[in-house]
Ligand binder design. Structure first.
Ligand SMILES: [Zn+2]
Length: 438
């Protein structure tokens, strides 16, 4: 199995490499990004004074709000002509007034691709594999990296994008796909389809399944492994940095190895911002180490995890993240599209001043991935904005689709059908079945 030289470094060597690269990042940020120069000036810190992680902790955190406030190019460290790719996160939704745009130089794109290649390699994927990549590329632009990395490593790419589960299975059989990369929700749907079509997993040639970008709960892994008869692995990325490719599981399934040669991780208490003891749960804070276009220093990801740097049975010394199943905020993700309930509320209230209350219902077992349904309770008024009830619902659905990039089911409910407590509900059943609050 291919192991890059950097993956054979000891903890000590990794730490040293990180500190060297941190110097370069801080210098770049100081010289090229006003935002970071002002911050360093304010606390009287020069890049060359940062020699340890403790020194770095003098720098304030960078938050999502900072990113949004400097939209579009305020945090870019290179001129636009050096940027070869732009990524806009939630273009229609507004994070305190602005979306976020991330820029990648040629080096950044190549680094991202090499990280993805590393993740494939650490699972034993080689140039003999046929990798079927089944993502909605317009909703999850990072999915292109799955494709590029497959080609770069000389394996065979079978892009199947958003075609139905039945056709995916047909391709899997005809092409003899050995690796499937998709979302957890769609993989579950494929398993359901196999059951309903009586397709024996042994008729497939799969060796493994790689899931992203949402976290992989153990129960989902178990169901998929039983249904597909092959190991299932998870990976991790950060929308504002590199997603996917930042971290991923090895065959030991004992946490996701973080690319510590590219990112410096800290785990802090979500409320105090203070470091938590080793092996304790906290919020992941990341600093880019070689990123040219959009360097981020102490970026608060909002993801709650544990970082372990004990040696892994696979031999890699890169620290491992536990699966990220909790956030410090209430961000939701449906089929890889992140959004906040507040953003939905703002949109609903803009659309309908008579809106009284709403609930978000996420159904996980049917259809192509998770489905979002919004239950609406209106003030007792017969007037609907935009005409009658059906026009109203249609216009609202269309507005939500444009804003989120997702098809959303909208249901008007009576007061007695509205769940009383909580805002977000998850269910494994269709609407109408009992709700299970998050
Ligand atoms: Zn490992």
């Amino acid at each position: 199995m291919a192991v890059e030289p950097v993956e054979s470094l000891s903890r000590e060597e990794i730490r040293q490499l990180q500190m060297e690269r941190l110097q370069v990042t801080l210098n770049r940020a100081f010289l090229s990004v006003d935002f970071y120069r002002r911050r360093m000036d304010e606390i009287g810190l020069l890049p060359e004074e940062v020699r340890t992680l403790e020194d770095l902790r003098r720098m304030p955190f960078t938050t999502r709000r900072d990113l949004a406030e400097h939209y579009p190019y305020g945090l870019f460290a290179v001129p636009l002509r050096s940027i070869v790719r732009l990524k806009i996160t939630n273009p229609m939704l507004r994070d305190r007034g602005q979306p976020i745009v991330v820029g990648f130089t040629r080096h950044d794109v190549s680094m991202w691709q090499s990280l993805m290649r590393r993740l494939y390699a650490q699972l034993g994927v080689t140039d003999r594999d046929i990798v079927q990549v089944a993502f909605n590329f317009s909703l999850f632009p990072g999915a292109f990296t799955f494709n590029h990395a497959v080609e770069a490593m000389g394996a065979t790419l079978a892009p199947s994008a958003t075609i139905s589960a039945r056709l995916q299975l047909q391709i899997m059989q005809d092409f003899r796909s050995t690796v499937l990369a998709t979302t957890g929700a769609f993989a579950l749907h494929i398993v359901e389809t196999m059951k309903s079509e009586s397709i024996d997993p042994h008729r497939l040639h799969l060796r493994l399944v790689l899931l992203g970008p949402d976290p992989l709960p153990e129960i989902t892994r178990l169901r998929l492994e039983q249904g597909l008869g092959v190991p299932v692995y998870g990976l991790y990325g950060v929308n504002e940095m590199v997603e996917p490719g930042m971290a991923g599981e090895c065959i030991e399934k004992a946490g996701m190895h973080l690319a510590e040669d590219q990112f410096l991780a800290e785990i802090v208490h979500p409320l105090t911002g203070q470091p938590v003891p080793a092996d304790h749960e906290g919020e992941l804070v990341l600093t880019t180490l070689t990123t040219e276009g959009y360097p981020l220093i102490r970026f608060r990801t909002g993801d709650v995890t544990v970082l372990r740097d004990a040696p892994c049975a696979c031999g890699r010394a890169m620290a491992r993240l536990s699966p990220i199943l909790r956030r410090t905020d209430n961000r939701l993700s449906i089929r890889g599209i992140p959004f906040y309930p507040e953003e939905i509320e703002m949109l609903l209230r803009e659309f309908d001043p008579a809106l009284h209350d709403f609930r978000l219902l996420i159904t996980t077992s049917h259809g192509v991935g998770d489905q979002l349904e919004i239950l609406l309770l209106r003030e007792p008024t017969p007037d609907y904005p935009g005409g009658g009830r059906s026009h109203y619902l249609e216009a609202l659905r269309s507005r939500l689709r444009r804003a989120l990039g997702l098809g959303v089911r909208v249901t008007l409910v009576d007061r007695d059908r509205m769940p009383v407590e909580g805002l977000i509900y998850r269910t494994a059943f269709r609407s109408g079945e009992p709700f299970c609050p998050v």
